[in-house]
Design a protein around this ligand. Sequence first.
Ligand code: HEC
Ligand code: HEC
Length: 349
Amino acid sequence: MKQNTFRRNAMTKMIATVLMGVTVVLSASVVSAAKAPSKEDVKKFLRPMEVPQGKNNISTPERVELGKNLFFDPRLSGSNFISCATCHNPSLGWSDAQPTAIGHGMGTLDRSTPTILNTAYQRFQFWDGRARSLEKQALGPIEAGGEMSQSLDLLIPELQAIPGYVTLFEAAYPGEGVSKKTIAKAISAFERTIVSSESAFDRWLKGVDGVMSDEAIKGFEIFKGKANCTACHDGFNFSDNGFHNIGLKDMEDMGRYAIKPIKVLKGAFKTPTLRDIDLTSPYMHNGAYKTLDEVVDHYDAGGFKNAGTLSPNMKKLNLSKKERKAIVAFLKSLTGDPVPFTVPVLPVQ
Ligand code: HEC
Ligand code: HEC
């Protein structure tokens, strides 16, 4: 991964590790053995101590503030009407509740809007992974004809003419001015602050009793075991950062294959995070499913034959109705506590 990590003070880290150990030990005595997470689960699924940082773009409050303004500013688009947040809307789990996105001139795009939640932890950006960092991703949608349809050569003087922005850029990147680089870096610094908050599942991992229903705990066991979901949705962010064809119906989009023309990647898309998944319906790169029940039914059937190469990890699961319901209950336990969010007041002059 071409990313540096932000190191917290070593002492804080040590204390936190010790405290975490204490919580785990305590929990073992309170929670009945069958319902307690295993040590391996705690290690694997608990949030890492550090949020990965961008190369040459260590986060500062000024950078995040500038990025937040840019993310919410419709003047970044050719129409002056569409911002990043139009599609990545904080009220809709940082997505848009559409099967596939609607962009410039109300045109419908071919793919659905992924959440920007936890993109800091992703090795690849976009459904086909064509950008290897947030910095490399950020300018794409501004210039894309179907999305914001704005020439950066026009945008830069537009921003330079707003004194409020000049001040924000100077505070964030002293001496660097308004440029493609500083725009991309600031937006990325902001995106890295959009990380999932604590969910019932996380509290359960930390040993808090009574926060996960028995059904959700059973769902987690099936998720890891019989249903084999962790073959792809693994670790804290529930993604292996890999690309797979899960056998969606009627698929023309060949996904990763367009970036890397290898047969196994025909129709393969990036494994998305499952954090806050209950907030971001419809699901899949093409918005094929509206509910989590439909998604689980899809996996239960082992996927459909499509024009691509089905992943060898897609097999009929023969789950009972109860088991399918338990998986959905588990997926819903991954929704983090609501995080208060204040939209910025943008510089007008
Ligand atoms: C018209 C709706 C729309 C707008 C506006 C938009 N996006 Fe997106 N965004 C999408 C869609 C659709 C994708 C997936 C495209 C693909 O994978 O080919 C995406 C993908 C992304 C991703 C990758 C996420 C992942 O998990 O792979 C990030 C990050 C992102 N957008 C950030 C931004 C930023 C920053 C802006 C503003 C500069 C922006 N988007 C503007 C619709 C939009
Ligand atoms: C072979 C790897 C693989 C396995 C196994 C797998 N998934 Fe997925 N999952 C993916 C990929 C890849 C996508 C995105 C597919 C696409 O859009 O084309 C996805 C999408 C999803 C989505 C929709 C996410 C979104 O934001 O749209 C959910 C929910 C989901 N999977 C849950 C599960 C569950 C539950 C299981 C087990 C029953 C499971 N997955 C098994 C790879 C996998």
